[in-house]
Design a protein around this ligand. Structure first.
Ligand code: UDP
Length: 373
C-alpha cells in the first residue's frame, strides 16, 4: 500500500503531520510532493522542521506568475512523479491550490491507466462549504470532492453538504473528525513552555489575537480599510493590547493600499506553531478570517469572531463558540460584549485526537478489499 501525499501550505503541513507521523513510525510506504506554494521559511519550512517532516520529499518548483501557471505547471510536475512512482493512493487535504493541483494530476493521469493501476484519490477534510463561490477555496473544495474516490469528512454537518450536492454516490465517505485534534492533543501541553507572552509583554486573558489573510479580506481595499478601522476601534474601546501575527500577503496589501494600522497593535511576524497555540489558548478572544483557527479556537475553548461574511466551519457557529461578524464594527462589538460576559465550553465535534489512525485503518480495509476482488 503506497501513498503519495501532496502538500505545501502551513495548514496542510500542520493538519497532515499526524497522518505522516503515523506512516513514518509504522514504516509504511509513502512519499511527499511539496509544490512550494508557500516557500517562505516562516510559512512552510518551520512547520516541516517542527513536525520533523524531513525525508521522502520531492520538492517541485512550479512557476508562480499566476494561479493558472502555478496550477498547470504543478500538474505537469506532479504527474511525472506519480507516473514514475505508481502510488495506490494520492492524499490531499483541505482547499488550497496545491490540494487542487494534486487531485487534478491524479485524476488526469488515471485516464491513461488500466483499471488495476488507477490511483485512488483521497480528500481529507472533505465536505466543508461556505456557499460562497467568490472564494477560490470554495471552488477548490467542490472540484476536489467531485473528483476524489474516498472522502474523509470532519463532521455530520459537512456530510450533509455532500449529500445535498449528491456528491457521495460511487464514493467511499467516512465521517472521522479533523486531524487537527490529533495535532492539538500533542501540541497544547508542549505550548505551555512557550515564552511568547513574556516576549510580547502581555498577560494571560488580557489581550486580543488577530489574524487576516483571505483574498476577500485583504485583496479588497474597502474590506481591508474597514478591518483596520475595526481594530483601531477595539484597541481604543477595550483598552487591551491586540497581537497581530501578520501574514505576508496582508503585509504586502497594507503597504500597497497605504493603510496604516493603529500604533496600539503589536504587529509581529508569523509565529511558529507552539507560540501561536499559546497565544490562542491565552487570548480573551481571537478575531480571524482563517478557517483552521476557527476550529482550533473551538477545540481549545477560546471564543472566536470570524471577520468574514460566510464560513465553512458551520458547526462552530451552531455551537455559539464562533460569531460571523463580516466587516461590520457593530457586529464585532456585539460579539466581543457577548464573549466578555459569557464563558464558552470546548466543543468535541472535531474528534478526540485519533483521527489519523482512523483514516489509516479505513484505508487499509479499502486496500485489502480491492486486492481480494
Ligand atoms: N498559525 C501559526 N502561526 C501563525 C498563524 C497561524 O502556526 O502565526 C497556524 C494556525 O494555528 C492554524 C494555521 O496556521 O493551524 C492556519 O493557517 P492559515 O490561517 O494560513 O490557513 P487556513 O486555516 O485559513 O487555511
Amino acid at each position: 500500500m503506497k501513498f503519495s501525499i501532496v502538500l505545501s501550505t502551513r495548514p496542510e503541513i500542520i493538519k497532515l503531520s499526524p497522518f505522516i507521523k503515523y506512516l513514518k513510525v509504522n514504516k509504511k510506504n509513502f512519499y511527499l510532493i511539496n509544490t512550494k506554494q508557500h516557500s517562505l521559511k516562516n510559512m512552510s519550512g518551520i512547520f516541516f522542521d517542527f513536525f520533523k517532516i524531513r525525508e521522502k520529499i520531492y520538492n517541485i518548483n512550479p512557476l508562480k506568475k499566476s494561479q493558472y501557471i502555478f496550477l498547470s505547471d504543478s500538474i505537469k510536475l506532479i504527474s511525472k512523479i506519480l507516473l514514475a512512482n505508481k502510488p495506490d493512493f494520492l492524499v490531499v487535504q483541505g482547499d488550497t491550490n496545491t490540494c487542487l493541483a494534486g487531485c487534478l494530476s491524479a485524476s488526469l493521469l488515471n485516464r491513461n491507466l488500466n483499471k488495476n493501476e488507477k490511483i485512488k484519490i483521497i480528500h481529507i477534510e472533505s465536505g466543508l462549504r461556505s456557499f460562497d463561490n467568490n472564494m477560490p477555496e470554495e471552488i477548490n473544495r467542490k472540484i476536489v470532492d467531485k473528483l476524489s474516490d474516498i472522502l474523509f469528512v470532519p463532521t455530520k454537518f459537512d456530510l450533509n453538504n455532500l449529500k445535498r450536492e449528491n456528491c457521495i454516490k460511487s464514493k467511499i465517505v467516512k465521517v472521522v473528525g479533523n486531524t487537527i485534534t490529533d495535532v492539538l492533543k500533542e501540541c497544547v501541553p508542549i505550548c505551555n513552555d512557550s515564552s511568547i507572552l513574556k516576549n510580547l509583554k502581555i498577560k494571560k486573558k488580557n489581550f486580543f489575537l488577530v489574524t487576516l489573510h483571505r483574498p476577500e479580506s485583504v485583496d479588497n481595499y474597502k474590506n481591508l480599510f474597514k478591518l483596520s478601522k475595526i481594530l483601531l476601534n477595539l484597541s481604543n474601546q477595550y483598552d487591551l493590547p491586540i497581537v497581530f501575527p501578520i501574514h505576508p500577503r496582508t503585509k504586502d496589501k497594507l503597504k500597497k493600499f497605504k493603510i496604516k494600522l493603529s500604533d496600539n497593535i503589536k504587529i509581529i511576524e508569523p509565529l511558529k506553531y507552539t507560540d501561536f497555540i499559546k497565544l490562542l489558548k491565552e487570548t480573551k478572544i481571537v478575531l480571524t478570517d482563517s478557517g483552521g483557527i476557527q476550529e482550533e479556537a473551538a477545540i481549545i475553548g477560546t471564543p472566536c469572531i470570524t471577520l468574514r461574511t460566510t464560513t465553512e466551519r458551520q458547526i462552530t457557529i451552531f455551537k455559539k463558540v464562533n460569531f460571523l461578524a463580516s466587516y461590520d464594527l457593530k457586529k464585532v462589538k456585539k460579539a466581543v460584549d457577548f464573549f466578555l460576559k459569557k464563558k464558552i465550553s470546548k466543543i468535541s465535534n472535531f474528534g478526540n485526537g485519533n483521527v489519523s489512525i482512523k483514516i489509516y485503518k479505513e484505508l487499509l480495509k479499502i486496500y485489502n478489499k480491492s486486492k481480494k476482488n
